[in-house]
Unconditional design. Structure first.
Length: 178
């Protein structure tokens, strides 16, 4: 049988006292740090977007980008031709079955996929016939044949000061921000 003896050092009470004097952050301190960080974050966000119109424009651009990606994915998963059709300067439709008059189902609000842009935001495309269509392999065309070059969908505000562009690559159908 082995006996173990613990020898207590003479300086041990000093160490205990030092450890007891150190403490962790209190809940109030942590809450204060979170609140101050939130205020700083909110103020920098407000500096980036100086008006609600800019925020609305960015939201519409993000929606347009995801809608075109949705049409691309829908064509490959549904094995049908889907695309985006620019009806006029303020409206676009995500369509299916290769027919611009057949809007796809919008899973966001359970209606036809026709998007009316808010006043002051216009949309245009470089594609022939104002549409970019994807076949069941995700290859883009303008309805008359395969795309020979990148096609662009451009969103512009009414003042013409802010323009954002979505680029669709030929052959692959890669949808990305220009």
């Amino acid at each position: 049988m082995v006996m173990v003896f613990i020898v207590r050092d003479v300086n041990m009470p000093k160490l205990d006292k030092i450890l007891k004097s150190q403490r962790a952050f209190t809940m109030i301190e942590i809450t204060l740090v979170i609140v101050l960080s939130s205020i700083i974050l909110a103020s920098t966000y407000m500096l980036k977007f100086s008006s609600t119109k800019e925020v609305e424009f960015e939201a519409q651009f993000t929606q347009l980008l995801s809608d075109i990606r949705y049409a691309h994915e829908l064509s490959m998963t549904g094995h049908i031709n889907c695309g985006i059709f620019i009806n006029n300067a303020g409206t676009y439709t995500i369509y299916e079955n290769g027919n611009t008059a057949d809007p796809a189902f919008n899973p966001a609000d359970f209606t036809d996929f026709i998007i009316n842009l808010p006043g002051g935001i216009t949309i245009a495309t470089t594609a022939n016939g104002s549409k970019i269509e994807f076949d069941n392999f995700g290859t883009p065309s303008d309805g008359g044949g395969l795309l020979a070059a990148d096609q662009f969908v451009v969103l512009t505000d009414s003042a013409g000061t802010t323009t954002r562009t979505v680029r669709v690559s030929p052959n692959t159908g890669l949808v990305r921000i220009q």
